[in-house]
Design a protein around this ligand. Structure first.
Ligand code: SF4
Length: 361
């Protein structure tokens, strides 16, 4: 992968819209940026000042851009900064995470990002609730903030973006679809409607990025309550429909729960979903999870187990940057999930049980 040679285009041309923990719509330059986001509504000049401040950031040294620097230094995947280099100066890249409607309760997610998890939390721990707001007002604010005519790519993330009526409404407002690429990061459980497939045909291109973090019952544990057979049937059906402007991708989110099993997932991927219906490669990205299930800091016991399977220069081992004494927080997290869902992570991931529990305090 060639080294990056300039600072980040998304600091000037990127818009990541999200809903903050207090329920306000906010935006920053991208989903990896950990600095301040601006909460809306704000007058135009306040937003201009914010963008000016962003444009002065040196992304190669700013702590707020550490994720891109980490991915590039470890050569794990193309960072968002590298992907944005080709973006023309006056055009915009947008990521929308303003509709949290979701049928999935993924173990790396939280009630802030999934209506399924919010409902589950309401049932089990109502005091922990954070607002999940998916309102037309948010779409209105986005449209007031952006010049939609300058947008060349939109990345829809969730929630489950293929369930979102708001996103369907938004793409119908685009006047020049032939200039715009749409990207959907989907859990694969929702089949696009005939109406949506017709609308997609007008766009420059559509990328369907399937989130597949394991296979079989491991997929079903990680992305509860989705069903592996339904998701894979949807993937194969879309791929085999041969719609010329649609391409596919797999995103594999790596955590201490699934990293030992990466080889099994990868073997399935190569056998079943690495080439599309016309013979083009289907790309794949290896994405270390952020937050409490990050695979960058693990116990020595888990690291030793991983080394029984993976070489020191493999992506799995290169992802690890430091060690902690115990994985007890992960065990507690999984035990709490099992109590709510009547599942048994030890039966689904038997090989890692001893390593995770070795020094449980
Ligand atoms: S360098 Fe990375 S984290 Fe920083 S703004 Fe660019 S894409 Fe986002």
């Amino acid at each position: 992968m060639p080294p990056s040679t300039q600072s980040c285009k998304l600091l000037t041309n990127g818009y990541k819209f999200d809903i903050s923990r207090n329920g306000d719509l906010e935006y920053g330059p991208c989903c990896q940026y950990t600095g301040d986001f601006i909460q809306l509504p704000e007058p135009k000049e306040v937003q201009l000042n914010y963008r000016n401040k962003l444009s002065k950031i040196d992304s190669y040294s700013a702590p707020s851009c550490a994720q891109c620097n980490f991915l590039e230094s470890k050569d794990l995947k193309i960072s968002m900064r590298q992907a944005a280099h080709l973006l023309p100066n006056n055009l915009l890249h947008v990521e929308l995470q303003i509709d949290k409607t979701c049928n999935g309760g993924c173990i790396i997610c939280s009630p802030q990002y999934s209506s399924f998890l919010r409902n589950e939390a309401l049932q089990h721990d109502p005091l922990s609730i954070v607002p999940v707001i998916s309102t037309q007002d948010n779409l209105k604010l986005v449209l007031e903030t952006l010049d939609l005519d300058k947008v060349v790519s939109i990345n829809f993330v969730g929630g489950e973006p293929l369930m979102s009526k708001m996103y369907l409404q938004l793409i119908q407002l685009i006047k020049n679809p032939g200039m715009v690429q749409l990207r959907y990061t989907t859990n694969g459980s929702i089949r696009p409607s005939a109406q949506l497939l017709e609308i997609w045909k007008k766009f420059k291109s559509v990328v369907i990025n399937f989130s597949i973090d394991g296979i079989g019952d491991q997929f079903e544990y990680i992305r509860f309550p989705l069903k592996w057979d339904i998701v894979t049937a949807n993937m194969f059906l879309l791929r085999d429909s041969e719609i010329p402007n649609i391409t596919y991708k797999i995103n594999h989110v790596v955590t201490p729960v699934n990293q030992f099993y990466f080889d099994e997932f990868n073997e399935w991927r190569i056998r079943n979903f690495s080439i599309d219906a016309i013979g083009n490669d289907i790309p794949f990205s290896f994405t270390p999870a952020a937050g409490p299930l990050s695979p960058t800091i693990i116990s020595q016991a888990l690291h030793t187990l991983l080394l029984t399977k993976y070489a020191k220069d493999s992506p799995i081992i290169r992802t690890v940057i430091s060690f902690r004494n115990t994985d007890s927080a992960i065990v507690d997290h999984l035990d709490s999930i099992d109590r709510k869902r009547n599942l048994d992570w030890r039966a689904v991931f038997p090989d890692i049980v001893d390593a995770l529990e070795q020094i449980k305090s």
